[in-house]
Design a protein around this ligand. Structure first.
Ligand code: SF4
Length: 126
């Protein structure tokens, strides 16, 4: 009889502990993953998107941009022949910045290009 009470108490204590761990575990894991994500952002040298940092624009003077003759306005390059990022297969609209549409480009990972920019890697959107 006494053993039954002890066993029941022991069972409920164990269940309570497991339930407590189950409730705490997701929060603990979130904290770990969140701090790891922040550490990765710091290592990359960019602000987390949640902090409003957003992605930077491609600098026309950086080495890759120069190599592909990137211009922020396709009209400034005769080579563009009227083509620009918005009609390029590598472009994906992201947002509007200061009244100008910007998007991601496969060849400029982690940066944004203007919808009206152009580079020599332009490839007609399918
Ligand atoms: S590859 Fe396409 S989207 Fe990227 S910069 Fe060149 S023209 Fe624009």
């Amino acid at each position: 009889m006494m053993d039954n009470k002890m066993n029941r108490r022991g069972f409920f204590t164990t269940v309570a502990k497991i339930a407590g761990i189950a409730a705490i575990a997701p929060a603990a894991l979130n904290a770990v993953f969140s701090s790891e994500a922040n550490a990765q952002e710091k290592r990359r040298g960019s602000a987390p998107a949640a902090a409003g940092g957003g992605m930077p624009m491609v600098d026309p003077n950086d080495a890759v941009a120069k190599a592909v003759k990137y211009v922020e306005d396709f009209k400034k390059s005769a080579e563009s022949k009227g083509n620009h990022c918005v009609t390029c297969g590598f472009y994906a609209k992201k947002e509007v910045k200061a009244g100008k549409e910007v998007g991601t480009c496969t060849i400029f990972a982690g940066k944004l290009v203007y919808a009206n920019a152009w580079c020599a890697s332009w490839n007609k959107k399918a």
